[in-house]
Design a binder for this molecule. Sequence first.
Ligand code: ADP
Ligand code: MG
Length: 253
Amino acid sequence: MSATLLEVTGLTCRFAGVTAVADLSFQVKAGEIKAVIGPNGAGKSTLFNMIAGVTRPSEGAIFLDGARIDPLPTFERARRGIARTFQNLQIFREMTVLENVMVGRHLVGRATTLTAMLRTPAVRAEERTMAEAGMALLERFGLAGRAHQPAGALSFGQMKVLELARALAGAPRLLLLDEPAAGLPHAEADRMAQTIRGLNRDGMSVLLVEHNMRMVMSLSHDILVLNNGRRIAEGSADEVRSHPEVLSAYLGE
Ligand code: ADP
Ligand code: MG
């Protein structure tokens, strides 16, 4: 039995007139890939936003390693090991590829705004370390040759990989991946799946939102199915695939 890394209990998010997530409870175990699937509007991105600290839950609680984190600001959750990618790419196109990765380190770096402005020797040393760590990540993902080019010059698939590299730059323990294969051609989606599998083999815990069912079924240890903000099923690929409510949610009855 592995330890629980993330736990959400009774999580609810209401926007004016819409309950995006309703009384949701689940756990992510350390070392697990858990997928969250469901039709558009099911509440998947809202769930990620609540875990990352961008959207405040209306009710419920979020725990990382048993410590309550939902009152904490986003940067503090990042510092504690939660990193994410976005459904819609959030790449800084005018910045270089390397600078984009370093943004991920800055989120968890020690430098305060004042020491960063003064560029103390400690800050400069930290920046050098960040650049080296950033280059190592780019090498791992085959982007080192593009390090000093503007990120806007990358292909869409390379930007998806860059976003993943940036999420990893802060050495997180839990990766929230919001549709990492969306918009990727078949071969690149398969490569992304391999990359995620490799990260998981190295110990990374992953919460994965994805519409590419081949990827979800082949990667996930456990699958949570949402519809209209509610859990309708949870279990292994086989259990979820044959669940009547899942079939009707996807076929739209
Ligand atoms: P998914 O990612 O599963 O497609 P979302 O979490 O984006 O679903 O959306 C869930 C529901 O919440 C939808 O009905 C959506 O319109 C609504 N919603 C999401 N964000 C907001 C917001 N900021 N304000 C109002 N409604 C929102
Ligand atoms: Mg979404």
